[in-house]
Design a protein around this ligand. Sequence first.
Ligand SMILES: Cc1ncc(COP(=O)(O)O)c(C=O)c1O
Length: 350
Amino acid sequence: MKYGREILKNVEGYVPGEQPRMPNIIKLNTNENPYPPSPKVMEALRGLSADTLRKYPDPMSLELRKACASRYGYDSADWVMVGNGMDELLAMAVRTFTDPGDTVLTTYPTYVLYETLAQLHGASAFLVDLDDAFQLTDAFYSTPARLCFLPRPNSPTGVCVPREAVERLCREFDGIVVIDEAYVDFADDDCMGFPKRFENAIVMRTFSKSFGLAGMRVGVAVARPEIIAEFVKTKDSYNLNVASQAAALAAMTDYTYMLNSRAKIRKTRARLMAALTELGFSVPPSQSNFLLAQWNGQPNAKTIFERLRERAIIVRYFPVRRLDNALRITVGTEEETDALLRALGEIVGK
Ligand SMILES: Cc1ncc(COP(=O)(O)O)c(C=O)c1O
């Protein structure tokens, strides 16, 4: 029970009962894509027959894994695992590669679920502070642990460490390195080729962000077939339902649609970044579909968060060290961005 409550609290942006009470909110707190998924996804879902629903899904999600392998430059589905959201794959990595009592390494700040998952498993998380530019320090590479989570781009900062830093980590770290690429489709480059070069590298992606399918819960892990075989041993038998498999397959097949959505978001991101800077926020360079807007003026960041909320604009506020002077803001549509900037102008008096 204790952990159940903890998990609920830690799910990003989850406020029990909040959403149904606020129908017209501008929701910029959980980094969803503001644009709908490809029309091909809706077609695929409408095309599901009653008979397909009556039967169990393919437990190995083979068609989807093949499509991911081929898109990501791998010659067989043996390099790919899919999960019920990337969150399931992150949990699988902890279960597969650590024993209770082991250490899981990650950064501070970062995605809070890594620490929760380690604790749930009886392992402990060791968080090494990022430097002032939210980059890795030397201490990170030399910390002994069984498993390491490195998001690139990171959340909630939006910042990418250089690819060379990830290479160094894969070479020097004596354990499994999970490179969390949840937001990488919004970035300039990626590490998808690393599992070919490093036997300890696992690259994870999600359909929740760039493909606009957060509601379908589909994540992807790419790693050496020996690692994937270990995941297969610990996964739920039917971890992806038929609708999720069909939706993700259709989205992957219509890759150009995702690239268009990405281009729109990157364009709005540049505009939002410039406008926030103009308002007096300091914003680390984001390679993601959100920005960390740091604020040292008056009213303080928490008050700005509350005043936005009164206007039905929901962003993310973290009342924790190094983040309590900032707001994490998802890049929305152009109209949502206009509304946000208008409201912020009123609140901070510009
Ligand atoms: C850094 C990071 N990794 C993983 C995830 C989980 O993605 P999914 O929706 O596929 O479970 C998120 C979700 O917000 C995230 O921010």
